[in-house]
Design a protein around this ligand. Structure first.
Ligand SMILES: [Cu+2]
Length: 147
């Protein structure tokens, strides 16, 4: 085997382990989770905020996307809230993006998407639909107010 070939293989393996290490670091140390589409969960028919643990600031948000708004439209949470976000659609495919976070989900009828997000800084986080869903798509928005 050529010396350059060996070097290329060693470099490729080193990069592979390095990037794998970054993925493990992101998952364990930074607690970053990849948004998922849940299977075996029935889509809900109404959007609402459920307090799971007031002291620990844990909340579940069931967000329902439909033409052309999100239900609930306005969500109020305390700073430091840890949110399990479930998203579904009542009618067509919608998208969900929460500004100033890394939440970016698809709302697909008949399925439930999931992401975990934490709101540390107080402020208004706007929610927008990023998937064209009809004539009033540009008006489809909501907001999360962190106090
Ligand atoms: Cu839309």
């Amino acid at each position: 085997m050529d010396r350059f070939e060996k070097n290329a293989i060693v470099l490729a393996l080193a990069l592979l382990f390095f990037f794998f290490g970054l993925v493990v670091y992101a998952a364990k140390a930074l607690q970053i989770e990849v948004p998922t589409c849940l299977t075996g969960v029935n889509p809900f028919q109404e959007g609402r905020v459920i307090v799971l643990d007031e002291g620990a600031k844990r909340y579940q948000v069931n967000l329902l996307a439909r033409m052309w708004n999100f239900e609930p439209y306005e969500i109020r949470l305390p700073a430091g809230a840890k949110v399990d976000l479930y998203l579904t659609s009542r009618d067509v495919v919608h998208g969900l993006r929460i500004n100033y976070t890394n939440v970016n989900l698809m709302a697909i009828p008949g399925t439930v998407s999931y992401a975990r997000v934490r709101f540390d800084k107080p402020g208004v986080y706007s929610i927008v639909c990023h998937e064209y869903c009809g004539i009033n798509h540009h008006l489809m928005a909501g907001k999360i107010i962190v106090e």
